[in-house]
Design a protein around this ligand. Structure first.
Ligand code: GLU
Length: 275
């Protein structure tokens, strides 16, 4: 059965971009007699608020797409992410990176200073002299737990995934790097939690914005390492304002709550986002 999901983070009120993403997933489920699920991605304890989680329920009910099953909250499933991380650790694919973001950027920035410096990196542990690493470890310094990407791909062999728009994709190390899967004080990352959850919820078609296209390379690699089923993907367009800017959570004017208070109906919103 086709199963799609909408997976917002409760860090602000939903806006038109979210409404589009939610309908995109819900419409596909409806036209295929499938399931549409809702998941709250609430692992960021600093930024997530219970009030925003409650508001998401309310907004989705107003849109008429509350989800076909009880909402899954990532904060209820830390044990599942820990199990997955332990498995990757036992394969020898996880290492501690003690570099701060600033040092990462300084060490790994390309000569022309790419803005993404510090994002796609490899073997960051080798950048610190062993004695400095030992000193930081002894002092209880914070660290990130990174996946050794090239070793992981050597273990899995070539991998592909399929996007309904862009077609077949070959997983490439340069799109992944040694991604952070957890930190000393945070037991999971977006990538690990999403991969574990999509499998646990039986999601067969992952729909999300094009801005997350590269993340699917990461998720495909994690699926292979953790023996999880491989969903299909559909990365959709992003909803922008009349000036072509993406909506952000700080744009109060286009929250669903504000549009509703102005007297707009869900049908009006569908037209606004071109559905
Ligand atoms: N929580 C993510 C977001 O709000 C979506 C994650 C996903 O669809 O994988 O952008």
């Amino acid at each position: 059965m086709l199963t799609t999901r909408f997976a917002p983070s409760p860090t602000g009120r939903l806006h038109l971009g979210h409404a589009y993403a939610a309908w995109f997933a819900a419409d596909l489920a409806a036209t295929n007699a499938g399931r549409f699920l809702v998941r709250l991605e609430d692992i960021d304890q600093q930024r997530c608020r219970p009030a925003f989680a409650a508001a998401i329920d309310e907004d989705l009910a107003w849109l008429g797409i509350p989800g076909d099953e009880p909402v899954r909250r990532q904060s209820d499933h830390y044990a599942d992410y820990a199990t997955a991380l332990a498995r990757l650790t036992s394969m020898g694919l996880i290492y501690r990176c003690y570099l701060t973001r600033r040092r990462l950027n300084a060490i790994f920035a390309a000569p022309h200073g790419t803005p993404a410096a510090g994002e796609v990196v490899f073997n960051t542990d080798a950048a610190l002299p062993a004695d400095e690493r030992d000193r930081l470890a002894a002092a209880g310094a914070p660290y990130a737990l990174r996946l050794r990407c090239r070793a992981a791909l050597a273990r899995t062999g070539p991998l592909t995934w399929h996007d309904r728009v862009a077609g077949s994709q070959n997983v490439r190390a340069e799109m992944i790097g040694d991604v952070v899967l957890a930190r000393k004080d945070s037991p999971t990352s977006y990538h690990l939690a999403v991969t574990v959850d999509d499998a646990a919820q039986g999601v067969t078609l992952v729909t999300r914005g094009r801005d997350l296209f590269a993340a699917s390379h990461v998720h495909r690699l994690l699926q292979a390492l953790l023996d999880l089923p491989v969903p299909e993907y559909h990365h959709h367009r992003l909803i922008t304002d009349s000036a072509g800017r993406r909506f952000a959570k700080r744009d109060q004017a286009v929250t669903l709550a504000a549009l509703r208070a102005e007297g707009h109906s869900p049908q009006d919103l569908r037209e606004m986002v071109g559905l």
